[in-house]
Design a protein. Structure first.
Length: 476
């Protein structure tokens, strides 16, 4: 009797060098994207002086990144494109949108545009229209930069959805949470890098446009990396040969009920929007806040805040490794929310003394707490989504969460900018601004995020979604 031996097919993703190489490519592009997101945040005061933007204008500019994603529903469209067209097509599209948006923002801050270049008159006319309609006094430079930021925002949020789906594809049944943790860590390093580099580049060249040019060049490199990834993804799809290919079950609009029809999805989505709304908008105002509260120079404040993403960068991969092997995801969400509330409350109510070394130490410790928080929550949140949503519509699930998140990320900077201008309207120019109310608003988001995290843990214990269980199911 002839014995037939069957051997499991070894795929490209089963080779550590291939799957980790794909992760490097995906992570580097997100690193460049995160640098561009906050390129103007550490030089906000210089932006106000050079371009004539106030806090309200800066907040509107910051929120513009998410405008098309929210009001045009681009992120929902991005999820549909991802589910229908696959990872590599969506990656190239997202990379192209980021580059186009970045180049438009570069042009908006150029002397050519400010001196009446192409499109200036149109922006100036629209500026007058917005002033009459909503009372917003937006300079043409802010409008044009916001338009570029809108296009970039479409690309970067689409990229975030795509990268999450790509990591699931390459690390399924393996070190998925660790891989997501490393990708997030590399992205956080982009925030650290730009908070260190942007003030130096702007000061060296005497213009806020210089760091924007620098980051736009990096995004062009990121687009090239996505092209390289496309070849790797195509090779993996060829090996899968329909077994798990994304085209196996074509997307149907009726499938969205699998996403929006689940109550647990809405708990995760609301947790996401509240938590991230207390992080990313805070980044845009953190340098000026530290300058006002602690009395640090703008460069010193930017350097101090840069330790926030460094802490997250170092800790996140370890938390991902722990989550893969030990679980406790819902518990980590609760802990992260508590630490975030603690950070914002410290900046709201602690009696900082300008120029005091002890005040600088307290500010540093608060930033460290925020870094740990920003490791605990994202490292847990994104690997948990595949446990809650059917894999066929995973791209749509990620995009729906990102869309809801974008509602907060678009509106909160506008609200905070308006609050700052309102609270500080009687404070003379050049004097430190009062950030107490703004920090209390951020802290309140964290309180609700804590409540939702506790509810999620309670539901998981009853329904058995596996949020507290390990992710690794096999070793290769």
């Amino acid at each position: 009797m002839e014995q037939v031996q069957t051997q499991a097919k070894v795929l490209l993703r089963d080779k550590p060098a291939a799957r980790w190489g794909a992760l490097v490519i995906l992570s580097l592009t997100m690193f460049f994207a995160y640098m561009f997101v906050d390129v103007l945040s550490p030089v906000k005061t210089m932006v106000e002086t050079e371009l004539g933007w106030d806090s309200t204008v800066f907040g509107l500019y910051g929120g513009s990144e998410f405008f098309l994603n929210v009001f045009v529903g681009f992120l929902i469209l991005a999820g549909i494109i991802l589910d229908r067209m696959g990872v590599r097509f969506t990656a190239l599209l997202s990379g192209s949108l980021m580059v186009i948006g970045a180049l438009l923002k570069v042009y908006a801050l150029s002397a050519t545009f400010k001196n009446g270049g192409l499109g200036y008159e149109a922006m100036n006319s629209f500026s007058g229209f917005l002033k009459d309609l909503a009372g917003w006094n937006l300079p043409p430079t802010a409008l044009c930069a916001s338009l570029g930021f809108m296009l970039f925002g479409c690309g970067t949020e689409m990229a975030g959805v795509t990268v999450s789906r790509a990591i699931v594809k390459w690390f399924k049944g393996k070190e998925m949470a660790l891989a997501m943790g490393i990708e997030m860590a590399v992205a956080r390093f982009g925030v650290f890098s730009i908070f260190r580099l942007s003030p130096k580049i702007a000061a060296e060249w005497g213009s806020v446009q210089a760091p924007v040019i620098f980051c736009a060049a990096l995004l062009c490199i990121g687009l090239l990396l996505y092209i390289v990834y496309g070849f790797m993804d195509k090779a993996l799809d060829k090996e899968l040969d329909g077994e798990e290919s994304e085209e196996e079950e074509p997307f149907k609009f009726s499938d969205l009920k699998l996403v929006f029809g689940k109550g647990i999805f809405w708990v995760v989505a609301l947790l996401c929007v509240l938590y991230y709304s207390a992080i990313f908008p805070f980044q845009k105002f953190a340098t000026e806040m530290l300058n006002a509260k602690v009395g640090l120079s703008l460069e010193e404040a930017a350097n101090l805040f840069s330790y926030f993403p460094i802490g997250a960068m170092i800790i996140t991969p370890f938390l991902g490794f722990f989550l893969d092997r030990k679980g406790k995801g819902a518990t980590m969400l609760i802990a992260g929310s508590v630490l975030m509330v603690a950070c914002h409350l410290i900046f709201a109510i602690y009696p900082f003394e300008v120029g005091s070394s002890s005040s600088s130490t307290v500010a540093f410790l608060a930033i460290v707490l925020l870094g740990i928080s920003f490791s605990l929550v994202p490292a847990t949140l994104w690997p948990s989504v595949p446990k809650l949503i059917d894999s066929k519509v995973l791209g749509s699930a990620y995009s729906a969460i990102f869309w809801i998140q974008n509602v907060g990320l678009m509106s909160v900077p506008v609200v905070i900018g308006g609050v700052l201008d309102s609270v500080n309207k009687d404070i003379p120019a050049g004097q430190p601004k009062d950030y107490t109310l703004a920090m209390l608003i951020f802290a309140s988001f964290g309180v609700v995020a804590f409540v939702l995290s506790a509810f999620l843990k309670a539901v998981d214990s009853k329904k058995g979604y596996g949020l507290e269980l390990p992710n690794v199911t096999e070793s290769k």
